[in-house]
Design a protein around this ligand. Structure first.
Ligand code: SF4
Length: 280
């Protein structure tokens, strides 16, 4: 049962000076929201709470940048066009976007001004915006951490089933939009075996995505608290193993080297080496 999806977040309206930021993930990144209703247990965007402290837990609050389109419209007049990663610190198509439509309006502004939209979402609400993306410089990508529905329900319960994300990529491709998949974070001992990776890459090959990324679970601020709490409840035998993989340099280096080899083998097997970008 999807229990987290039924929790309504605390919503606050805020205003922003800028919507577009320089980013290492593209020329720019854009976030119309602070916080994410999906609240995935492994989410790195939790680090935002260091700069924007909230009483509520990650997933239980969303700040809505109500003037994001107006701020963006000012920015695009003076910034050189480039690719925009949508979004780096939230899911831009989280449920609130259904009514707020801020991401849609900002994507329209970006595309009208010659910027490329590189979307990454777990939500098929993005289908609503395919009309903007088709025949424009846009790419729709989704995150898949595991193909095992039982594992996905624990780690990303509010994000909706993985099958829906796969269907989303099929629909995007049929609409003539470029597609991509982020396999990550790969969960140690749960979604990082040779068999799991083979199934993930087989899925990517079948979908004929244009680009693929892989990433490992990383010890970013605040992530361990959340991961540890989930492990204690559902995988108590893995708590110590995760701690070593994340925090022991020797174990981590060996883990990442072996993971990199398994990823390379799966990519070779499915002839996806040239589309693969590894963050490991
Ligand atoms: S959907 Fe993305 S941004 Fe939102 S909680 Fe999950 S990992 Fe974080």
């Amino acid at each position: 049962m999807n229990t987290r999806a039924s929790i309504s977040p605390v919503v606050r309206e805020i205003s922003c000076k800028t919507t577009l930021n320089r980013s290492s993930l593209g020329a720019y990144s854009m976030n119309c929201y602070v916080g994410c209703q999906h609240g995935c247990a492994y989410c790195y965007a939790r680090y935002m709470q260091r700069f924007h402290p909230h009483e509520e837990a990650w997933g239980a609050f969303v700040d809505v940048k109500t003037n994001a389109p107006e701020a963006l419209a000012r920015q695009v007049r003076r910034m050189p066009p480039g690719s925009v990663f949508v979004s780096s610190a939230c899911d831009a198509w989280q449920p609130l976007e259904t009514q707020r439509r801020l991401t849609r309006e900002c994507c329209r502004i970006l595309l009208d001004h010659g910027f490329a939209v590189h979307a990454l979402t777990k939500s098929d609400l993005i289908r609503r915006d395919f009309d903007l993306f088709a025949d424009h410089n846009a790419r729709v990508a989704t995150t898949i951490t595991t193909l095992d529905p039982a594992v996905a329900r624990l780690w990303e319960a509010a994000a909706g089933p993985v099958e829906r994300r796969i269907a989303l990529l099929r629909a995007a491709r049929e609409a003539g939009i470029q597609t991509g998949i982020m396999f990550g974070p790969l969960l140690p001992f749960l979604s990082d075996s040779a068999d799991s990776l083979n199934a993930l890459f087989e899925c990517a090959a079948e979908l004929r995505v244009d680009v693929l990324w892989v990433d490992a679970l990383n010890p970013r601020p605040k992530v361990w608290e959340s991961v540890q709490s989930l492990l204690r409840k559902h995988y108590p035998d893995l708590v110590d193993r995760y701690a070593r993989v994340l925090f022991s340099p020797v174990v981590r280096n060996a883990y990442l080297a072996a993971l990199g080899e398994r990823i390379a083998a799966a990519a070779r097997r499915h002839r996806l080496e040239r589309k693969l970008h590894s963050c490991i």
